[in-house]
Write a protein that binds this ligand. Structure first.
Ligand SMILES: Cc1cc2nc3c(=O)[nH]c(=O)nc-3n(C[C@H](O)[C@H](O)[C@H](O)COP(=O)(O)OP(=O)(O)OC[C@H]3O[C@@H](n4cnc5c(N)ncnc54)[C@H](O)[C@@H]3O)c2cc1C
Length: 471
């Protein structure tokens, strides 16, 4: 079934009380921000940006070498970027899915899969070891078919994955109905190597762990400029500077501090809704007592999951790029996308007609043309960056942090020898070609969904060149 994009009055009504704040950040456990930087200081390692990438970098840097001074500067508050506003799917894949990894790094996919699984296990171990209370659950993720051709694609995926020992599980319509009841779900494929988390609580737990190990965190302290000075990099902020031996840039889709990054990243806005907690009869009407993470298998897809207090998060579908890498809080609210999401929700779960959405929000994804993180250095190796996660960075950000530390410490190891780490995505063209190309790709993706997955010439050429668009 193709979702209808015309919102009915009932769907619009379900949104009328929703507040425009990410559900996860609307939590009494949100910590009071640390003071901003108001003096000039020096450090061994400066981390810029306190989302998952920056927090893992600071934590791992301290765990690897407790004697190292680490300073973390955050423009807003810890976790208020993408890390505190995502779906909370923690995927083992560090390549934005097995298929993307297989098509781009066929010679390395086996090791990349293994590194991804180790990374997910390490995240889980850290959460347990540090006793971070963040509703972490290893429940797996099911991709769902709403069109028959997707079931064939799932079967092909299982064949492709066989040599790599990935344990996919296929469900037909009846088997899926035992897990989740929707009139439009035709079957699904489950990957066990995926977890769910309350992302803001994870970020705050990592923040506390960093503070406990002596990381100095300054919030509401945007870095305005980086400058190389002899053996140091100077980070300028409004009320003080940091003189650092090494700098780790973890600024994701935000306007970059290094010009070169803007060729590789486009900020793409993704939106999500959260329902009120379901009553027990509403829950019984849809089943889904197992808390599996779900998404539909279309190219333009929704992701959905439940929370500890029995709500449903429903997000995705629209992926909005604004002219010339447009960015800012004003783009986090988009009534048309909220209305479309609400309408699609009730098409998937007509049993829940009448339920209200309490939260509606958006956030920016750092899309790059290969959909998976990339790394690089600047200032003669004193600065490193990790970004480009393209909507699948909750888990991959820890791997990104490890690689950044490898690069800053000059380590050659099993990670830094990978082509995956050594190469960069193809850059996006400048405007107006950037906007035109993205619009054409989005239109073509929609066409493919409406034409049994068949890709038009534009998508075929883009795939062949290696220049993709995804969220
Ligand atoms: C709506 C939405 C849903 C998503 N769902 C999922 C999902 O379910 N699973 C998944 O794996 N991924 C998902 N993602 C992507 C995931 O959230 C990101 O890949 C991940 O959080 C990236 O973490 P980060 O630390 O690199 O970036 P961020 O969390 O964005 O952190 C970057 C930080 O840098 C700070 N900063 C920027 N510039 C400066 C500066 N000049 N000075 C100081 N600080 C600065 C920002 O304030 C920000 O806090 C989603 C993203 C969005 C927006």
């Amino acid at each position: 079934m193709i979702y209808s994009n015309t919102p009915r009055p009932e769907s619009l009504k379900s949104l009328s009380d929703a507040i425009h704040v990410p559900f996860w950040l609307d939590d009494p456990a949100r910590p009071t921000p640390r003071p901003l930087l108001t003096e000039n200081i020096s450090t061994d390692l400066l981390v810029i940006g306190a989302g998952f990438t920056g927090l893992w970098t600071a934590l791992l840097a301290k765990e690897q070498n407790p004697a190292r001074d680490v300073v973390l500067l955050e423009a807003g508050e810890v976790g208020t970027g993408a890390s505190g506003r995502n779906g909370g799917f923690v995927d083992a894949s560090i390549t934005h899915g097995f298929l993307n990894g297989l098509s781009r790094w066929p010679a390395e996919i086996a090791i990349l899969q293994k590194m991804g699984e180790d990374n997910l296990n390490a995240i889980e171990d850290t959460i347990k070891r540090l006793e971070i209370n963040c509703d972490y659950c290893r429940v797996g993720e099911i991709d769902i078919a709403t069109e028959p051709y997707l079931l064939d694609e799932f079967k092909e995926l299982i064949e492709l994955a066989k040599p790599y020992n990935i344990q996919f599980q296929l469900f037909d319509r009846d088997q899926l109905y035992e897990i989740i009841k929707s009139p439009i779900f035709l079957g699904g494929i489950k990957r066990p190597d995926s977890s769910l988390v309350n992302p803001a609580q994870l970020a705050w737990g990592l923040r506390k762990a960093c503070l406990d190990l002596g990381v100095q965190i300054y919030e509401k302290t945007p870095v305005t400029k980086l400058e190389e000075e002899n053996n140091f990099v100077i980070a300028h902020t409004l009320h003080g500077n940091v003189r650092a031996h090494r700098v780790a840039l973890a600024t994701n889709a935000f306007p970059p501090l290094l010009k070169r990054i803007s060729y590789y990243i486009v900020p793409v806005y993704d939106y999500a809704l959260m329902t009120e907690p379901l009553t027990s009869s509403q829950r019984d009407s849809i089943g889904w007592h197992g808390r599996e993470g779900l998404s539909d298998g279309n190219r333009q897809f929704h992701y959905f999951r439940t929370t500890a207090d029995g709500r449903i998060l429903w997000g995705g579908y629209d992926a909005v790029y604004h002219w010339d890498n447009g960015f800012g809080p004003h783009l986090e609210q988009r009534p048309a996308s909220f209305a479309r999401l609400a309408e699609h929700f009730f098409q998937a779960f007509p049993q829940l007609e009448g339920i209200r959405f309490t939260h509606a929000w958006g956030g920016a994804i750092d899309t790059c043309s290969r959909f998976s993180p990339f790394w690089g250095t600047a200032h003669h190796g004193k600065t490193a960056y990790s970004m480009g996660y393209t909507g699948l960075g909750v888990g991959a950000s820890r791997f990104g942090a490890l690689v950044m530390l490898d690069l800053l410490d000059g380590r050659r190891n099993e990670r830094t020898v990978l082509q995956f780490v050594k190469t960069k995505p193809l850059p996006f063209p400048p405007e107006p070609l950037r906007s035109i190309g993205i619009k054409l790709s989005q239109w073509s993706i929609k066409q493919a969904d409406e034409n049994q997955g068949r890709e038009n010439l534009w998508l075929k050429i883009m795939n062949w060149v290696g220049l993709g668009f995804d969220s």
